[in-house]
Write a protein that binds this ligand. Sequence first.
Ligand code: 6PG
Length: 258
Amino acid sequence: MGKKRKDIPHKVRIFDSVSGLADSAAETISNEVIKAIADNRSCYIALSGGNTPRVVYERLAEEPYATKTGWENVHLFWGDERCVPPGHPDSNFKMVSDALLGRISIPGENVHRIMGENRPDKEADRYIGEIENAFGVAKGHIPRFDLVLLGLGNDGHTASLFPGSPSLDEKEKICTTSVHPESGRKRVTLTLVLINAAARVLFLVTGKEKSGIVQEILNRENGYLSYPAAKVKPVDGSLEWFLDRNAAGDKELEKNKE
Ligand code: 6PG
């Protein structure tokens, strides 16, 4: 058995409005790209599905971010995808495409979508290869994303890592399949192996219905570790939660704040 990892501190940022959160998250993401460009390298970002991330993508498509971000140096990936074709209303690719891609100048070859129309297990393996190629790493090497954006589901899931799913126990593969517990539909998802190797992970969460879970996870209460989102602990990176006041709830979220 591996050594028990110490809990890492997380930063919590609470915003009065969804719009304030979107501004700050867009600024953070844009600055991460600008920093990579200053270091003469590409910026690798994994995107999330979900309503809150969508608002952030819409903000990134506006000025000043559309122009100042230097999108041609960005490689975009998806944290998870529903197994549907890219034009389907449930497709996370379509969501990002509508909110952002159609409105910025990014080379097509830098947009690395999960092909939801393919057979899920084959696609998970294909996507591993696509990630390794884009990062220029050897097969089996775990790449380090500059930024991983995540949402939080009402059941504590993140990406398509659902409570109790075997995908949570994956120790080697950076991408795998999972099943959405309510619809029974297949998903393709990045695993904790890859997410926890990232340099920086941002959770983007809004809405009152998330406040109970947010509090349990951030204050490490009750059986918080049964929530997949609580298992996101970058080994050598930072973890930040961007919350609106509704998602933050009424109780103190002091513990483990940096
Ligand atoms: C997905 C996601 C998922 C999402 C959360 C939050 O495709 O379902 O990537 O992890 O981010 O379910 O979604 P909402 O913000 O819509 O509640």
